[in-house]
Design a protein around this ligand. Structure first.
Ligand code: NCD
Length: 299
């Protein structure tokens, strides 16, 4: 049984395998889906808001012919009666064959895995990691730029401190040769040291040279819900705003990514530009999560 808890756990060959399986899944969807997971159940436990991650996990399981049970609001959960998450996981693990889990605190996915009789897929643990998002991010980057085949410049912009998707993606991209990472954020929301390597570049402002030279710009939302100081959030929320004018400084073939939801850090007027790939990126959640579910179930 394989849990998916952190981007640390993947090897290059596992990633290569998952990427090619995801591409097969994309074709399988076109051909009408599959019944690979018929009789299997996904338990979706989401204790923080989610649209894409939960729905794409659920849709992925359904496209594989499986079923879904879900709990999406802790106020309707026995945890409000005082049940600890460990107990919920034990029980749901006896109802379902695999659990997709989103928790409020960093480290809780690991804790859940310890008690779960079935694979746990970390769909975001507080400000920790979001490894399954990174797989669909990798799939998107691979589609446009072929990671590891030639030098690739990736710039992460925005709330890098609390943004869990960037924590996992930076780890994954480091497994590939020729990837150069730049982290662009004011000090208070810079990438935490544990995710930074000695050859990464740290910047505080989004310089024109970064816009011009990057193959991939990965923007993130200010994670309002994780700020203790709302005044600080208000000061930072417009630190970076992608307007058509800003995006026009990027190369035509460079891509602008975002895990979504965006608030106003990418203006809607950017959506029609050739660099804007965030909606397509989100759509990759289905084939990638299909591949992942099949893999952890040993199918
Ligand atoms: C992200 C998350 O929940 O970490 N969204 C997602 O899963 N696609 C990013 C965010 O909430 O800003």
């Amino acid at each position: 049984m394989k849990h998916v808890l952190s981007a640390d756990q993947f090897t290059r060959s596992e990633l290569d395998g998952l990427m090619s399986r995801a591409s097969e899944m994309e074709q399988m969807i076109q051909a009408g889906g599959s019944d690979l997971c018929r009789g299997r159940i996904l338990g979706a436990l989401f204790y923080e808001p989610s649209t894409r991650t939960r729905l794409s996990f659920e849709a992925a399981m359904m496209r594989l012919g499986g079923s879904v049970i879900s709990e999406t609001d802790v106020t309707f959960s026995s945890q409000t009666k005082g049940e600890v998450m460990e107990d919920t996981i034990r029980i749901v693990g006896s109802y379902a064959d695999v659990i997709a889990l989103r928790t409020k605190e960093k480290g809780e996915a690991k804790l859940a895995a310890h008690y779960s009789p079935v694979p746990v897929l970390n769909g975001g643990d507080g400000s920790g990691e979001h490894p399954t998002q990174s797989l669909l991010d990798l799939y998107t980057i691979t589609k446009y730029h072929g990671v590891g085949q030639r030098p690739l410049k990736v710039a992460f912009v925005g709330d890098l401190k609390y943004g869990r998707t960037v924590h996992s993606l930076a780890k994954i991209l480091r497994l590939y040769d020729g990837v150069e990472l730049t982290f662009v954020a004011p000090d208070v929301i810079q990438m935490p040291e544990e995710y930074v390597a000695s050859d990464d570049r740290i910047l505080h402002t989004l310089e024109d040279s970064v816009l011009r030279e990057s193959d991939v710009i990965y923007d993130t939302r200010m994670q309002k819900e994780r700020f203790d100081d709302m005044e600080q959030y208000q000061q930072l929320r417009h630190a970076f705003v992608f307007t058509p004018e800003v995006v026009s400084k990027m190369q035509e073939e460079a891509i602008l990514m975002h895990p979504l939801p965006r608030v106003d850090e990418i203006r809607q007027s950017v959506d029609a530009l050739p660099q804007a790939k965030y909606f397509e990126q989100a759509s990759h959640g289905i084939p990638v999560r299909m591949a992942l579910i099949a893999e952890v179930l040993g199918l």
